[in-house]
Design a protein around this ligand. Structure first.
Ligand SMILES: C[S@@+](CC[C@H](N)C(=O)[O-])C[C@H]1O[C@@H](n2cnc3c(N)ncnc32)[C@H](O)[C@@H]1O
Length: 301
């Protein structure tokens, strides 16, 4: 079903919505993402040069993953949860570089799940599971969630309902962490008091990310307040414009292969979406936040 509230009354993208976008197939995404298949804004601190260059895109993506692992307090021996693990680039870094004891990844995409399983990462357990259904056997030392938060509500929800939905996410994360445990969250958001209306958001909602919506910083702050302190905040919209430019250029260069894999219609839809998104970030209608949250010692404040 593509309804924005599913049969269990949940807001946001359904499994079918997610699979319609991500299960276009990793061979298509491989043409224009970095070799680690990270599908979210990279971190370009100190990296200069064309964002379409494979080595630079990979370096910026790895810098981002390393940043979030550090912000979540993950080290060797940690137990990590990655909510919205994509094709597993963070899990891979955690397993191979950090040497975590255990890592669990959640995704709603069957294609992503199959890919992460095929990597055979030591100590990594990946599931096709909504975070709302996750019941861990023991707490995690840290949680990372990159680029999934945008899928947790839909555009027609009033502000108070969105805050309630976000609050239930933060409540669950807090319950899975020890006191002072950290969540490192990355999400696109509406910038300032900007409003997304007109044909571009309608195209996104209809053809790119059905059942999804951008939060405002104030909604995130209100929703997390009973459960978490915000200890660091980065506003990195320019990094997303740059990442999107890289992806867009790479997809254009791979046009022939892309069209033969997914057809000209899907190719055109992705080209339009990547270009339009870059413009939205350049105009600062939307932006990108990387937020570090620390669980309050007492959950019921
Ligand atoms: C844009 S991708 C980001 C993937 C990855 N974090 C990265 O940076 O490459 C969003 C991810 O969130 C997942 N996701 C969306 N809604 C979810 C939910 N309710 N529960 C679990 N995963 C979800 C999708 O399946 C997908 O893996």
């Amino acid at each position: 079903m593509s309804a924005e509230v599913d049969q269990r009354g949940r807001a946001g993208a359904t499994t079918e919505d997610i699979q319609a976008h991500y299960d276009v197939g990793k061979e298509f995404y491989r043409l224009w993402l970095d070799p680690g298949l990270t599908y979210s804004c990279a971190l370009w601190d100190g990296i200069t040069g064309a964002p379409a260059r494979t080595d630079l895109l990979l370096e910026a993506q790895r810098a981002k993953l390393r940043y979030h692992l550090a912000q979540a307090g993950i080290s060797a021996d940690s137990r990590l949860l990655d909510i919205g693990c994509g094709w597993g680039s963070l899990l891979r870094m955690a397993a191979e570089e950090t040497g975590v004891r255990q890592a669990v990844g959640l995704t709603l995409s069957a294609d992503q799940h199959a890919h992460v399983c095929s990597l055979g990462l030591p100590g990594v357990d990946v599931r096709v599971q909504d975070w709302r259904d996750h019941e861990p056997d023991e707490p995690y030392d840290g949680i990372v969630s990159i680029g999934a938060f945008e899928h947790f509500t839909h555009v027609d929800m009033p502000r108070d309902e969105r805050i309630t939905a976000y609050r239930s996410f933060f409540a669950r994360c807090a319950a899975w962490l020890p006191p002072r445990g950290r969540l490192s969250l990355q999400t696109i958001a509406l910038a300032g008091d900007s409003v997304l209306d007109g044909p571009v958001p309608a195209f996104f909602a209809r053809e790119v990310f059905p059942g999804s919506a951008l939060p405002r910083l104030s909604e995130i702050a209100t929703a997390c307040e009973p459960h978490f302190a915000i200890t660091a905040l980065r506003e990195d919209g320019a990094d997303y414009a740059r990442t999107l430019r890289g992806w867009s250029t790479r997809l254009l260069r791979a046009r022939e292969q892309a069209e033969s894999l997914v057809g000209p219609g899907t190719y055109r839809r992705y080209r339009t979406y990547l270009r339009a998104s870059e413009i939205v970030f350049m105009r600062q209608v939307s932006t990108l936040y990387r937020i570090t949250l620390r669980r309050w010692p007492c959950r019921s404040r």
